[in-house]
Design a protein around this ligand. Structure first.
Ligand SMILES: [Zn+2]
Length: 91
């Protein structure tokens, strides 16, 4: 992690709470981020929250955004969402 101070995306103060802040579900350490809802593809990827100590604004970023791209091995989790197959232009 960089030690560069971040400015809050809402109030602009450089008051982001220091240290790593984690979010977790009761079952694992990752949050499920759903992308491409029209395909029903789910991606599990850790979300890194940033919390502003001034106004309380929370925003998120992911450390490996390339993992969010749809790749040919991704399969819809819900078989009910077959009305729109994954097409080449989605990659
Ligand atoms: Zn703020």
């Amino acid at each position: 992690m960089s030690s560069t101070p971040y400015a809050c995306a809402k109030c602009g103060e450089q008051s982001i709470v220091k240290g790593e802040i984690g979010l977790r579900t009761s079952r694992d350490l990752e949050l499920i981020m759903v992308v491409r809802k029209d395909h029903g593809v789910e991606k599990k990827i850790p979300l890194q929250p940033r919390v502003c100590g001034k106004c309380g604004f929370v925003d998120f970023f992911v450390q490996s955004p390339e993992n969010l791209k749809i790749v040919p091995k991704d399969k819809p989790i819900d078989s009910g969402s077959k009305d729109r197959p994954i097409l080449e232009y989605d990659f």
